[in-house]
Design a protein. Structure first.
Length: 209
C-alpha cells in the first residue's frame, strides 16, 4: 500500500480546514492523534451520500446544512456502520460532535465531526476500516488521512499520512511515531525553521511592492 507523507509545518499560517484537493467524488476520513485524544471527521460527497441513504440533500451550503440537521441521525448511523477505528480486536466507540458542509463546484461534502474513545492510551498501531460509498459503488475511492504532531508547546510540526482506500482494500493499518523527547525537539526545530522561512518570504514580498 502506497503511503505519501506530507509535512504541514505552519499551523498558524496554513488553515486547518483545507478545501484544496477535494475532488467532489472521493470520500475523506481524517484521524487526528494528539496525546491520548483521537478525533477527526468523515467527509461524504453529497451526491453519493444521497444515493446510498435515499436522502435528498442539496448541494448549496445553506440548504445542505438544513437538510443534514433534519436527518443527522440517519447520516450518523450510516457513518457508524461504515467507519471503524480499532486496536487489538476492540472497536473504539465514536461520538459525533458536530456537522458542517463544504460547498464545492465539483460536488459538495457533508462532513461529520467525531471523537473516538480508545479506552486509555492511544496504541502506536491501530486499524481504520472504511467502506462508506465503496460498498455501493466499487469504483468509488477514498482517502484516510492520519494527522500527528510533534514539538513543544505551540512549536509543533504536523505530519499527514494520506492512504488510499478502494473497494478491494478497505482496511488501513496505521503506525504512528513513538512519543519521545528527540521527536519533540525535532518537531519544534522544524516549526521554527519553517516559520522563519515563511516570514522571510512575506518580508521579501512586501519589499517588492
Amino acid at each position: 500500500m502506497t503511503r505519501t507523507i506530507i509535512r504541514l509545518p505552519l499551523r498558524a499560517i496554513t488553515p486547518q480546514r483545507r478545501a484544496h484537493g477535494h475532488s467532489g467524488t472521493h470520500s475523506y476520513v481524517y484521524v487526528s492523534v494528539d496525546d491520548d485524544r483521537v478525533k477527526g471527521n468523515v467527509q461524504f460527497p453529497i451526491g453519493d451520500l444521497n444515493e446510498v441513504t435515499g436522502l435528498t440533500i442539496p448541494q448549496d451550503e445553506a440548504g445542505a446544512m438544513a437538510a443534514i440537521a433534519a436527518d443527522v441521525t440517519t447520516i450518523q448511523a450510516y457513518a457508524t456502520d461504515h467507519l471503524t477505528l480499532s486496536a487489538d480486536g476492540r472497536s473504539w466507540p465514536l461520538d459525533f460532535t458536530g456537522h458542517r458542509v463544504l460547498e464545492r463546484k465539483a460536488g459538495s461534502y457533508a462532513i461529520l465531526e467525531y471523537a473516538a474513545r480508545p479506552g486509555g492510551s492511544v496504541p502506536r498501531r491501530f486499524t481504520v476500516a472504511y467502506d462508506g460509498i465503496l460498498e455501493n459503488d466499487h469504483h468509488h475511492e477514498a482517502l484516510v488521512i492520519i494527522k500527528t504532531a510533534a514539538g513543544v508547546g505551540k512549536l509543533r510540526t504536523e505530519t499527514e499520512q494520506r492512504i488510499p482506500v478502494t473497494a478491494g482494500s478497505t482496511n488501513v493499518e496505521v503506525t504512528i511515531p513513538e512519543e519521545s523527547t528527540a521527536n519533540d525537539v525535532k518537531g519544534a526545530a522544524e516549526f521554527v525553521a519553517a516559520t522563519s522561512k515563511e516570514l522571510l518570504r512575506r518580508a521579501r514580498k512586501r519589499l517588492r511592492r
